[in-house]
Ligand binder design. Structure first.
Ligand code: DAH
Length: 336
C-alpha cells in the first residue's frame, strides 16, 4: 500500500482503537501493531529510503509527527488505565489498619476495682491534698512530735510546716472536720516517704484509706467490711487473720492478713512460708482523734483501715518487683 494511504489508515483506524482500549494488555497489543518491529508505522519509516527525495521529506515529516502523537497518546492512556486499576483494587470491605488502643495503668485498674467494692458497701470517695501540714499528717492523728512511730514515715519536708504526706490517713481528719457522722469514706491517693527504692519500696506509692464513724460501730463491723472486701477482691475462699498491732490513731489496732493466694496457706516463697499475706492496717478510731476533730468519743465510735495499692496489685498480678509499675515498659504494662 502507498505510504500515504497507510498514514491515513493509522489515523482512521488505529488512533480510535487506542482511545477505546480498556486494559493495559490491549494497549500494548495496539502499540506493537503500530510501533513494534513489524508495526505499521515502523514499516513506513523503514520504507522511506526507497522513496524519491521530495516524497521522502514529506512522508518522513508526517510519519514522525504521527509517531510522536501516538507515543504521547499511549503514555497518557497507560496512566489512565493504571489509576483506574488502583481505584478498582480498593476494597472498602477490608478491615482497616489496627488502631493501638490504650488502657488504664494497672495501679489505676486496681484502685478502681477496690473502690468499686467499697462503693457497693455504701462508702463514698473523698480525696485530700498530697502536700500536707505536720498537723494533718501526724499531730491530729495522735503522733506526738517526738513519737517513734514517726520514724518509719520519714517525709520530704518543705520550708515551714509543709511536707509530702506519708499516708492517706490525714484525709480522715479533713473529712471529720468538714462533716458530722455518719461517715463512710474511702480515699485513694499518692503518698511519699524518704525510702530507698528496692523490690518492695519506692519513695512514692499509693494507699487507699477507709473510715466509718457512727454510733455503735464495733470491731465486728470492721471485720465484716474487710472480709467482704477480701472475698470480693481475692476470692470467696480466702481466710482472714487479725494480728494485734500499733498505730497511734487506732485502738485497738491490727495488721490484717489473708491466707496466701498462691499456696492456699500451705507456705511458699511469696508468703515467706507463713501461709499468710499482710494486706492492710486497721483498727478502731482512737478517742483522742475524735477529740481532735471535735467529735464526742462517748457518743461515736468508728473504724479505719489503710492499704497499699502497689502491694495489692503485686499480689493480684504476681509481680515481684514494685519498680516494674513505674518503668513504663510496654512489654510489662500490656500484660496487665
Ligand atoms: N496509715 C497507716 C500506714 O501508712 C496505715 C493504716 C493503719 C491506716 C491503720 C489506717 C489504720 O487507717 O486504721 O502505715
Amino acid at each position: 500500500m502507498q505510504p500515504e494511504k497507510l498514514l491515513e489508515e493509522i489515523k482512521k483506524n488505529y488512533l480510535p482503537r487506542i482511545e477505546k482500549v480498556t486494559s493495559l494488555q490491549d494497549l500494548e497489543k495496539v502499540r506493537v501493531e503500530i510501533l513494534g518491529k513489524k508495526g505499521i508505522l515502523t514499516s513506513i519509516l523503514r520504507g522511506l529510503k526507497e522513496l524519491p527525495l521530495e516524497e521522502r521529506k514529506r512522508i518522513g515529516r508526517e510519519a514522525n509527527l504521527l509517531k510522536e502523537e501516538i507515543t504521547s497518546l499511549i503514555e497518557k492512556k497507560k496512566e489512565d488505565l493504571k489509576s483506574k486499576k488502583e481505584i478498582s483494587q480498593f476494597d472498602p470491605t477490608l478491615p482497616s489498619f489496627p488502631i493501638p488502643y490504650g488502657k488504664l495503668h494497672p495501679l489505676t485498674q486496681v484502685t478502681e476495682e477496690i473502690i468499686e467494692i467499697f462503693r457497693n458497701l455504701g462508702f463514698q470517695v473523698f480525696t485530700g491534698p498530697e502536700i500536707e501540714t505536720d498537723y494533718y499528717n501526724f499531730e491530729a492523728l495522735n503522733f506526738p512530735p517526738d513519737h517513734p512511730a514517726r520514724d518509719v514515715q520519714d517525709s520530704f519536708r518543705f520550708e515551714g510546716d509543709w511536707l509530702l504526706r506519708t499516708q492517706t490517713s490525714p484525709v480522715q481528719i479533713r473529712v471529720m472536720e468538714r462533716f458530722s457522722p455518719p461517715i463512710r469514706i474511702v480515699s485513694p491517693g499518692r503518698c511519699f516517704r524518704r525510702d530507698n527504692p528496692d523490690a518492695s519500696h519506692l519513695p512514692m506509692f499509693h494507699q487507699i484509706e477507709g473510715l466509718a464513724v457512727d454510733e455503735n460501730i464495733t470491731f465486728s463491723d470492721l471485720k465484716g467490711v474487710l472480709e467482704e472486701f477480701a472475698h470480693a477482691f481475692f476470692g470467696e475462699d480466702v481466710k482472714m487473720r487479725f494480728v494485734p498491732s500499733f498505730f497511734p490513731f487506732t485502738e485497738p489496732s491490727a495488721e490484717v492478713s489473708i491466707s496466701c493466694i498462691i499456696c492456699k496457706g500451705k507456705g511458699c516463697k511469696t508468703c515467706g512460708y507463713t501461709g499468710w499475706l499482710e494486706i492492710l492496717g486497721a483498727g478502731m478510731v482512737h478517742p483522742q482523734v475524735f477529740r481532735n476533730v471535735g467529735y464526742d468519743p462517748e457518743k461515736y465510735t468508728g473504724f479505719a483501715f489503710g492499704m497499699g495499692v502497689e502491694r495489692i496489685a503485686m499480689l493480684k498480678y504476681r509481680v515481684d518487683d514494685i519498680r516494674l509499675f513505674y518503668e513504663n515498659d510496654l512489654r510489662f504494662l500490656q500484660q496487665l
